[in-house]
Design a protein around this ligand. Structure first.
Ligand code: AMP
Ligand code: MG
Length: 333
């Protein structure tokens, strides 16, 4: 198993030696390696079992360092960086040659972000290279929001996990780039679209198409538990599964269900806070996935603010289960 701790010197040593380290950020935990070292980057893909067509996000400590590996910074994207970094915003920028093609899956843009986590910022400041870091989970599974999640799944494959506590935002970053000269959102995430629009005006959102080759992370089925995961009207789904005598667990926004055992249900935010719900989402999905049940029942959250990004994750977690069960799909929508 990996060592879990807060020793920045040790983490930096492993990274400088081409090893991978679990790294906290405000969004989710990353699986970090030297972004400019093709061998370290190859290790990232292998360790996660991530397909090579899914490019990585490169993390750096300061906006002034971006030009070390980026050709140019379009003015409107620079405005966003100045306003929202450090924070849950990833920008797609034209890459320099020193970024290995593997990092960008052969694309000529590289995804870049300055994370908002003090421990990780201190680590990045110590290092003479940026860190490529996708979420620290096997490809396709629920993203990790605590050090222990990383250890559970990748602990036998990496030497060290930097423990920065529970992630403050809990959802992946919002990905923004230029498309035909327009600022475009490619993945909904921890930074709300309306905050982006308050700086650069109306933007295009392309995050809903599942087949857009520009951003392979928009795969339809992703962030998925191992158990079937269904979304619909919770009261009627609960009734149906009780009648069928199929053991189930419930992931609710704020409602508590008296007819369901307390240990078999999780409320994302009793107060109805979307921020709190985002922060709890992935840990709740992991908890329910570990229970002795046959199916997880869930519901959409209000489709506003962070609720849009949460619903995007729920939809993708459910994609395979809903596609494979025509009967359930018709009943619950
Ligand atoms: P993750 O690090 O797992 O949260 O996901 C990184 C995601 O960023 C990928 O799955 C892509 O969707 C997106 N991405 C990274 N680099 C690029 C790029 N150069 N162009 C478009 N999308 C990118
Ligand atoms: Mg991921």
């Amino acid at each position: 198993m990996a060592i879990i701790g807060t020793d920045l010197g040790l983490a930096a040593e492993f990274l400088a030696a081409g090893e991978l380290v679990g790294m906290p950020t405000e969004t989710v935990y990353g699986l970090a390696g030297n972004a400019l070292d093709p061998d370290a980057v190859t290790k990232i893909f292998k360790t996660k079992n991530r397909p090579s067509f899914d490019p990585l996000i490169v993390h750096t400590s300061d906006i002034s360092k971006v030009t070390d590996f980026v050709e140019e910074f379009p003015a409107s994207l620079r405005l966003l960086a100045e306003r929202f970094w450090p924070g849950p915003l990833t920008l797609l920028l034209p890459k320099k040659k020193n970024v290995p093609d593997l990092v960008t899956s052969g694309l000529d843009t590289v995804a870049v972000r300055v994370p908002r986590h003090e421990l990780t910022l201190r680590l990045l400041r110590q290092l003479p290279f940026p860190l490529a870091a996708p979420s620290a989970n096997p490809f396709g599974y629920i993203s990790p929001t605590k050090a222990v999640h990383v250890n559970d799944q990748l602990g036998d494959k990496i030497p060290y996990i930097l423990d920065g506590g529970a992630c403050e935002v809990g959802l992946e970053s919002t990905i923004v780039g230029m498309l035909d000269g327009e600022v475009t959102v490619f993945r909904l995430g921890g930074l709300e679209v309306k905050k982006i629009e308050s700086i650069v005006g109306k933007v295009k959102v392309m995050a809903h198409s599942s087949s857009n080759p520009q951003s392979p992370g928009m795969l339809k089925s992703h962030y998925a538990p191992t158990k079937p995961f269904l979304i619909g009207n919770l009261s009627s789904m609960i009734k149906k599964y009780q009648e069928k005598e199929v053991p189930f667990a419930v992931l609710a926004f704020r409602a508590f269900f008296d007819t369901v055992e307390e240990g078999k249900q999780v409320q994302l935010s009793l107060d109805g806070s979307l921020e709190e719900a985002a922060k709890n989402l992935f840990a709740a999905m992991r908890t329910l996935d570990s229970l002795n049940v046959s199916v997880i029942l869930s519901e959409y959250l209000p489709d506003e603010g962070l609720g849009k990004a949460i619903n995007d994750r729920l939809k993708r977690a459910a994609a395979e289960s809903m596609d494979s069960d025509e009967d359930i799909r018709i009943q619950t929508f």
